[in-house]
Design a protein around this ligand. Sequence first.
Ligand code: 3HC
Length: 653
Amino acid sequence: MSVSLSRDGDVAVILIDNPPVNAASQAVRAGVVDTLATANADPAIAAIVIACAGKTFVAGADVREFGKPPVPPFLPDVVLSIENSAKPVVAAVHGTALGGGFEIALAAHARIAIEDASFGLPEVKLGIVPGAGGTQRLPRLAGMVTAIELAASGRRISAGEAQKLGVIDRIAEGGLIAAATAFARELAGKPLRRTGDLPVRPFDEQQAAAQIAAADKKARGQISPGEAARLVRLAADLRLSEGLARERAKFLELVGSEQAAALRYVFAAERAAGKIPGLEDVAPRAIGNVGVVGAGLMGAGIAVSFADAGYSVTVVERDQPSAEAGRSRVESLYDRMVKSGRIDAAGKAERLGRMNFFADRAALSGSDLVIEAVFDDLDVKRELFSALSGIVRPDAILATNTSYLDPDAIAEVVANPQRFVGLHFFSPANVMRLVEVVRTATVSPEVLATGLSVVKRLGKLGVVSGVCEGFIGNRIFTVYRQHCDFMLEEGALPHEIDAAMEAFGFPMGPYAVNDLAGLDISWARRKRNAATRDPSERYVVIADRLCEAGRFGQKTGKGYYSYADGRKTVDPEVTALIEAVSREGGHVRRSFGPDEIVERIMTAIVEEGRKILDEGIALRASDIDLVLINGYGYPAWRGGPMYQAGLAAADAQ
Ligand code: 3HC
């Protein structure tokens, strides 16, 4: 039985028990309708509680039912039967009340939650809109502006924030079900507060219009966020029943869309990425104290990620001034978060309280895991790991954040190399969700499993990669960039390629990204690797020429573009330089349309992806898609290049 009914005096407790996340499957929907009817028909019952067993309140509709013929009762009917109950219904929330789960709670006459519960409408992330009243009821409780923001972004709010917004009534002190039962008893016999009957409070029309426009813009081609925002806005104009009908129609339209299918694939891909053949029965180790060596931009971002997730963090730099500079860098990252409202001053102090900065590696002796983010040079890293081997516990996990070096060459100097793993973060590390967990030749299953579990605790997405130049992501990105350069040489211009890729859905084109990141780092790498380059391989000198001319990107005011007055503009000097390179190489320049640009890049990416799969560097095609989506801005709503090429069908779908 996925739904049971028990009685506590005059209060009926409806308990949903459908592991793992209490998704609102057909059995759950039918069970709630039936138990609700039973409770309403029972004269000894005065009020009703809806709660869940296990780790969470209902985490949404059952996504496995999407794409199959729907079987009644449908979720909107369940939700209406809650709202129309003659006896008060209190939703008792723990864990995550998401999507249809949040909608069930919104339809109850009151909501109580434990402090670490959270709420959200993540439907847009699945390419759909809420389909059981979320867009119509949330604005009636939270106000228009907040409701648009939450429905369009899918952002989760904590119980505390939900209470401040008026979305929930109480935070439970003590046991949740006991508190909910007492609350329900208080409401018995009193007039019911039905969310759907509440008016939408007056709001700033212009602000709402601007939010809707911003949702469309930010979605870069994804339909659902703007549609969710528009539906919320309608709540102010339409009667509840009309608003619900509009919402349902849009839900049904989008649930069958290509974008929703692609995003469901991504959802499944993310769950598949954490399942590594051979590690099913391997328990990850508990990690408490984490050391970070190097507090440059990358190291500071990594340290912040760990402190945010509650780890104690020891940051080590080479000398006192560098350690102080590291601390300032971390502080300024937190200042930015305070400014943007993501954390408050107390949150900053709490996180900084978990961090210590030292100029002496000996401070790492108590660490369970040490990750380095020092200069990406083999000798530098080998010296560091050889020294660390004598400082940390013999079983402490050692991790490298290298992007391009061979971790197995670093492992040679590590005592007990089965504890050595790659954790390749993307910059800025405290923001970017992807971490490639690099399976070195020597790493033990336990250490690999621990790497993945730590990344998950950071709230990030870990994808396992085998060892090769650039791992999964940078290896593909290098090929992507090469083909862009080939097109430059053959007749395209940077702004044409950028515009094509931005129209495809990337937040920035490759040359704008290059200008932002700086051209000098990859130039230095090319110079280091010049001696070993295969002379028969096609090599485009445009980037080198730009660097020789001092054009290192935004930081020097010019790169592929000019930034003379702070604005990115096409620079005739760059056009002339590219044309000269084409002439020297004997290329007759021709024009490239956006479709050809995208197709050429996609073909190159997929071809490299196939090689990566064949070599066993990636475990699944869907892992490659996840790397591109989460590390390089590939539009998630397209599913990823391997999915689009039809190569991922058997993986995560
Ligand atoms: N339906 C079916 N299965 C689901 C599910 C859902 N809504 N949500 C999670 N699961 C499954 C996962 O696939 C996974 O299965 P597996 O063990 O076989 O791989 C299992 O539950 C555990 O999931 P996670 O590994 O993600 O567990 P976590 O503890 O890390 O996270 C969670 C739990 C926060 C609930 C996360 O799973 C999540 O975000 N789920 C999606 C929630 C969501 O998108 N809800 C909206 C659905 S659409 C909707 O409600 C439409 C409505 O408006 C009509």
